[in-house]
Structure formats: C-alpha cells, structure tokens
Design a protein around this ligand. Structure first.
Ligand code: ADP
Ligand code: MG
Length: 722
C-alpha cells in the first residue's frame, strides 16, 4: 500500500474522538494519509542533555529541582509567578506569565524535566517559554549523569516534531495522533521509487522515512528521512516538467502549417512593429531591444515560445509585450494580455488603445464586471477574429470566451497567478506562444524547476533620464515633517500616494488605516488639495474613475492600500508615503516605491515606521513591536534600489521556501522540498527523471510501470510546466 492510499478517515486512529476529528479537519487533515504527510516544521532535540549553563547555544534540556516560588508585580498591576530552579550546572528562573497555577504544578523540592529557552535578564537566567514534566519517583537514578537518558516520557528523551498549527490543533494532539497512526499504519507502506534509484541515492525505505520524519531515533536518521522524502517529491515534479517540455517540442512539430517561417529567424522587426516604434516619443533601451529580438526569434520558431521576462519596476516591459502582440498579429493570430488586477488591466487596455489602435490594431478590454450586452458583443468579435488584442483579468479564460486563433498569451505580473490559471488561458489556443512578465525575480534554479526549459530574459537598464528615487525613513512622531515635504512637492504641481496597511479601522488604537487617514489628510493636513481613496473594497467603476482622475491630475493625493502595488503608472506622482512601513514585506515595499520615479522629475519615498505597539496587541509578552526583521527590511530598502538585490535580501531574511510571491499563488505545490535550499537534491532528481524519460519516452503512458502509478499522485501538479 502506498502512503497516498491510506485514505481511511482519522477516526480509525485510536484515541481520535469527535473533538479531535473537528480540530484535525480544521487543519485540512481528514485521512490517515493526510495526517502522516503533515510534515513537521522543525524538530526539537530533547534526546541530549543541555544543562542550564549552556543556555546560550540552544534551548536547555535538563532535569531541575524546584527551589522556591515568588511573585513579582508588573506595571500592568498583574502579579506574576516566578519559580526558582537549579540543575547541577546553574540556577535559573521560570517566569510564568498568566500561569499562576504553575505554583501547584512545580512543587518545591521535586524534580522536573525541563525544556526551555533562557536569557540573562535583570541579573538572572530567565525563561518564559518552557515546558516541564514531573520526573516519576524512582525514574531518576543519578540526576547528575545524563538525566534525560532515563526519560520515560512521551515528550522528553527523544527528538520531538514541531508541527505547523492552525485552528484548534495543538502540538500535543498532533504528536499523539501521529505517533498512534504510525503504530497502526506505517509498517506496510510500500516504496514508490524504482529500487535502483533508491539505492543509488541512498534513500530510506518509505515506511522508515515516514516514521523517522515524525519521530527520528537520531538526527542522522532524520537527515536521511528528509532527503528521501524531498528527493521523491522533486523526482515526481521533474518527471512532469520533463514530460511537459517533451510535449511542447514534439506536438508542435506535427502542425507545420501554422508556422511556415524559415528555421532560423533574424528577429528583424515586422512593419507593424516598426510603425509603433516610429510613433513613440522615445527610443527603446538596449535591454528592451535585446529582448525584442529574442522574442521575435522565438515567435518565428516552430517550437512555441515559453519566455519569462524579468525587469525591474519601470523598465518598460509593457512596451516589449506590445511589440510581441504586433508580431502575433502580423502572423495572422490574436493576442491576450492578462493582468492580476482590474486596475492594472484597465491601464494596459488604455495604453493599448492609445498606442496600438492608431496603427490598426483592434483591441478590447474584458473583465468580470463587463455588462452583459457589451460582453456578448466582445465575445462574438473575439471568436470571429475581429479583435486582435484582448486585455483583461482572469476573465480572459472564462468558459464562454473563445478565440479564433490565439497566437500569443502575455501574463503580466505572472507571480500573481497560480499554475492552473496560467494553464487555463493557454488552453484557449493551440500551443500559443507564452510571454510571462514579472518585476519579482525568480531565481534561475526555481524557474528551471517549475517551467522546465523556460527561457529567461532580463532587462537590466531603465529608460534614460530616470533619477533614482530618494528614500527616507521617518519615525511616526516625525510624520509632520514628511507631510511638510509632500506639501512642498504638491505646491510644485506634483502628486502623491499615501499607503496604509489597513483599509478601515479595526479597533486597534495607534494603527492607521486608509479610510480614516483619507479623511484626515483631506480635512486637516492638505485641505487645499483634492484627496481620493482607493482600495480593494471599492467598486470597480469608482476605482476606474478615481484612477482616471488621478492620472489626469484632477486628484492630487491618492490614499490607498497595497492595491496600487502592481503596475500603476502615473509619471507625475513624485511622492510615495508608506505609513506603518514596518508592516509591509520587502517585495511590496519595492513595488510600491516603483510607483514613483517613473518620469523625469526627482521622486521621493518615505517609509514612516512606528515603534510603539498598537494598544490591543498582546501586551503581556515582552519584546518590541518593531522586530529585527522589520528593521532590516527598512534598512534594505534604504540601501538598495535594485529589485534583484532586494529579492535576494528577501530570500536571506525569510529563508528559502518563502520566495516572494510564490506562497499564495500555489506556485509550487511541494510539501517538504524547497528547490532553493535543496538545490543539490533537485539537480540529482532532475538528472534521474530526465534520464528515465529519455530511456523510455513512453514511460508516462505505459500501464505497467511503477512510476505510472506514482504519477497518479502528481495529478495536482500537472499544470506546472504549463
Ligand atoms: P514595467 O516594466 O514596470 O511594467 P512600464 O512598462 O509600465 O514598466 O513602463 C514604465 C514607464 O516607462 C511607462 O510610462 C512607459 O511609457 C515608459 N517607457 C517605457 N520604455 C521607455 C523608453 N525606452 N524610454 C522612455 N520611457 C519608456
Ligand atoms: Mg508592468
């Protein structure tokens, strides 16, 4: 039986009752297989003794004797219990915030297993995050030796998994149920990978890997279990990626009539492209020109294009995509340009109308909000081939949308789209060319993993005359100075954005929201200027009107949430004020800052941060509201202008597995593997998978192969190389 075949519901596990069933379901766990493949987030090594004196290197894991209790008064007026303890190496204090009942659990003179993180505070060794368990009488033969060895406990003397939690799930529940499920079901779990690959890569049998990923006997066994599961995941992924790229090459060769252009294209401009360039008030940058040629060559080739275009905010990707559109139209096809927000899609549609209609391109704008009559007319035009370019949101791949001959798909801000959405739009044509664009760089390894043989182009230069945006940090109490500066810019005819983390007040005093601030800015701070508010809850018509008014300067100050993060292009705006900047992620900050500095005037970005805690945040826990990571993010913004450098810092700060923009979009449906961190395993898995496909191109079609069976598991992956 394979792990994924453990579909029996969790109530088959001993000890799982109705309450637990509910809590597990909240965490997305319904079957035994779900439970066993809920991998730990990390592990705590409680198999080794770490005495109190070694507190600085790692959490303490020791046996302590309770010496005394006392109480301290905090400013809030609450009395807090302190328990004084000692082990053979040192003395320490357990600070029991909100846990006065610990007085009865920690009895003076008795021994306890203790796990906790300690720091020196106020001249003593303190811990407020700790776990204790009474050592049973007689269990402790020699407290000074290696006490944890003697543990007869579920939670001590072993390496413990730490699970990601959600809803009502608790660590102890998950630990208990996983432990039990392993006892009942793990042993008969069969291996999935071909035997020779397991041997060559020194992988554990699957049943052992599954047990050891939850409850390893040693750190070495854990490492091997992880490698086994990571390899398996990446192997399936690469098998799929390899299969996709095979298909892309093979299928296309079978329809030669669609592409009757010489095998080797020079990438020269077609007349439509020339006409667009002649009409522009500027010349293309070297970076734009280079990508344009590469795209032209791709589009002339019998193999469909799959190109990722990366270029920092403001580098002029839209123009490049328009040139590709013109190529598609010249080749007799249609193009679709998809953007993640209606705001951005509309802006692209307007730019297309302005730049492309005069040279004869028939363009249209399609979103979910289009009224019925306009919509049906548009759909008729599309299916009849009377529309050359359609710009829109995900509405572009709605069921009823039909294209006569969709030749090119452009996906702007592609990291905002999930795998399935990208695939859905591609399915509207017969192997259309695909151009994906993003200002959020994906490391090359990841691009390769996810897209197989995707080509990557990078625009490294910005249009000439751009002055780098000047970035300033300001503490919240100095916001007045920022407002004065903005007033000065407004007086010179410029415009400004003010961005807030919340749409409306949510009850926490001290946290500003866009709605209240729009009112304040309009009435108190800038009464002489027009102020408007834009956020995701406003209706589309209002948003459209607001953006239009802002673009033509009728509105001077735009108060917003991060909806203005992507794509918005208003060159006369010279100030970006982000309040509570410490609450935004690096990629959002970078994108927001990219909304200014789009013209020739000097622009400014103010990161206003707050280091006082909003009133109703949990005030009992010690610690600052401006975290080290928050500070580092602001510093990174101050020191870096380049999006690629910022993305790299982001990667360092947040660690692998949190590639900007990939988490929410279901970009990589992996459970335990991380293609950046696990790059070595990835490369091996890729080599192995591709070799297997090479040896047997029909592998994925044959009925008897073991691999075919495992591939059924990868069904949810099947859009990946789309
Ligand atoms: P992004 O790459 O962030 O999508 P856009 O395509 O929105 O950037 O371009 C930003 C601005 O730069 C637009 O106003 C566009 O008209 C302008 N632009 C694009 N290419 C050039 C160029 N070669 N020279 C001057 N301005 C340009
Ligand atoms: Mg753009």
């Amino acid at each position: 039986m394979f792990l994924r075949e453990l579909t029996m519901t969790v109530d088959h596990i001993k000890g799982v009752g109705p309450v637990a069933i509910h809590a597990l379901a909240q965490g997305g766990i319904c079957s035994v297989g779900d439970l066993l493949s809920r991998y730990p987030r990390t592990w705590e090594d409680r198999s080794r003794n770490v005495p109190l004196k070694d507190f600085s290197a790692s959490p303490v894991c020791t046996v302590v004797r309770v010496l005394a209790h006392d109480w301290v008064n905090f400013r809030s007026g609450k009395k807090t219990l302190k328990v004084h303890v000692e082990d053979p190496s040192a003395r320490g204090v357990l600070v029991c915030f909100n846990r006065p009942f610990m007085k009865n659990q920690l009895v003076v003179g008795k021994y306890y297993w203790l796990w906790g993180t300690f720091q020196y505070r106020y001249g003593e060794l303190q811990s407020s995050t700790f776990e204790v368990e009474a050592v049973p009488e007689g269990a402790l033969l020699e407290p000074a030796a290696n006490p944890v060895d003697h543990a007869q406990s579920r939670n001590f003397g072993r390496i413990l998994p730490v699970y990601p939690l959600s809803g009502d799930l608790t660590q102890s529940m998950l630990r208990r149920f996983v432990d039990q499920a392993l006892r009942q079901y793990a042993e008969p779990v069969e291996d999935e990978l071909p035997r020779y690959l397991m041997q060559r890569n020194q992988l554990l049998p699957k049943s052992q890997a599954i047990r050891a990923i939850h409850f390893p006997h040693s750190m070495a066994e854990l490492a091997q279990a992880r490698k086994t599961l990571i390899y398996e995941e990446l192997f399936y992924l690469e098998l799929l990626v390899g299969k996709r790229s095979q298909e892309r090459r093979v299928v296309q060769r079978n329809i030669p009539s669609a592409r009757s252009v010489p095998a080797r294209s020079s990438g020269d401009l077609v007349p439509l492209q020339q006409r667009l360039l002649e009409r522009l008030p500027f010349t293309v940058t070297a970076g734009q020109a280079e990508v344009m040629i590469a795209i032209n060559q791709d589009m002339d080739s019998p193999v469909p294009m799959a190109r990722l275009l990366q270029g920092d905010v403001g580098s002029g990707k839209t123009l490049v995509s328009f040139l590709a559109v013109l190529r598609a139209v010249s080749l007799g096809g249609q193009a679709a340009l998809m953007a993640p927000t209606e705001l951005l899609a509309r802006q692209h549609a307007e730019t297309a109308a302005r730049l492309l209609e005069p040279i004869g391109i028939r363009s249209a704008f399609l979103t979910g909000n289009l009224k019925a009559s306009g919509r049906s007319q548009l759909l008729t035009g599309l299916s009849a081939g009377e529309i050359d370019l359609v710009v829109g949101t995900h509405a572009l791949f709605s069921k009823d949308v039909r294209y006569k001959n969709l030749r090119l798909v452009v996906v702007d801000e592609q990291h905002r789209f999930g795998v399935l959405q990208r695939q859905a739009i591609m399915a509207k044509g017969e192997h259309p060319d695909l151009l994906m664009m993003s200002a959020t760089p994906i490391p090359r390894t990841l691009a390769l993993t996810v897209f197989g043989d995707l080509d990557v182009s990078i625009i490294r230069d910005l249009p000439p005359g751009r002055k780098p945006v000047k970035t300033h940090l300001a503490r919240e109490s100095n916001e007045g100075k920022v407002y004065d500066f903005v007033r000065h810019e407004l007086a010179m005819g410029r415009q400004a954005y003010f961005v807030y983390p919340l749409i409306e007040a949510d009850g926490r005093r001290g946290l500003k929201d866009a709605e209240s601030m729009a009112a304040r800015l309009a009435q108190e701070i800038f009464p002489q200027y027009s102020v408007a508010l834009i956020h995701s809850k406003r209706d589309e018509e209002e948003k459209r009107q607001t953006m239009e008014d802002f673009r033509r300067g009728a509105i001077r100050i735009l108060v917003a949430t991060s909806v203005v993060e992507v794509g918005v292009d208003v060159p006369n705006a010279s100030c970006m004020v982000i309040e509570h900047a410490e609450r935004f992620g690096l990629s959002a900050l970078h994108q927001l800052r990219g909304r200014v500095g789009r013209g020739e005037t000097q622009s400014y970005c103010f990161l206003v941060y707050s280091d006082s805690r909003p009133e109703e945040d949990d005030a009992e826990q010690p610690g600052e509201v401006l975290t080290d990571e928050g500070k580092t993010r602001l510093k990174v913004m101050l020191e870096n202008a380049d999006g690629f450098a910022i993305a790299e810092e982001d990667l360092k700060l947040r660690g692998p597995g949190h590639i900007t923009g990939t988490e929410q979009s279901g970009f990589l449906p992996l459970g335990i593997a991380d293609p950046i961190r696990d790059i070595d395993v990835l490369e091996q898995a890729r080599t192995d998978a591709f070799a297997l496909l090479e040896a047997d191109p029909d592998l994925l079609r044959s009925e008897h192969q073991q691999v075919t069976q495992v591939l059924s598991r990868t069904a949810p992956f099947s859009g990946i190389a789309g």
